[in-house]
Write a protein that binds this ligand. Structure first.
Ligand SMILES: [Zn+2]
Length: 90
């Protein structure tokens, strides 16, 4: 009798799925890059976008990591921007 329980291959496909679906997700333990904030980050967003939302990002990386609270703030600000965009484009 041959057992066909290949755990390693299951793990590999799971990892691949995680990698494919990890857009916007970040590793655990990464801290929020917004200055004067030290909470754990939950999202990674382009630093330009974060700055555009009025949040000050420390460091000169293209990517900013933001915590739950700052993500809320960011979303609020970008919502307004989207509304403006709609206006602009008619
Ligand atoms: Zn934060």
């Amino acid at each position: 009798m041959k057992r066909n329980l290949s755990n390693s291959s299951i793990c590999t496909s799971k990892l691949t799925m995680l990698r494919r679906g990890c857009l916007g997700r970040i590793e655990k333990g990464v801290k929020c890059t917004v200055s004067s904030c030290s909470r754990e980050a939950v999202r990674s967003i382009s630093a330009d976008k974060v700055k555009g939302a009025g949040l000050s990002v420390s460091g000169s990386e293209n990517r900013a990591y933001i915590c739950k609270e700052h993500y809320k703030e960011y979303k609020k600000k970008t919502k307004k921007d989207k509304t403006l965009d709609k206006w602009r484009h008619g």
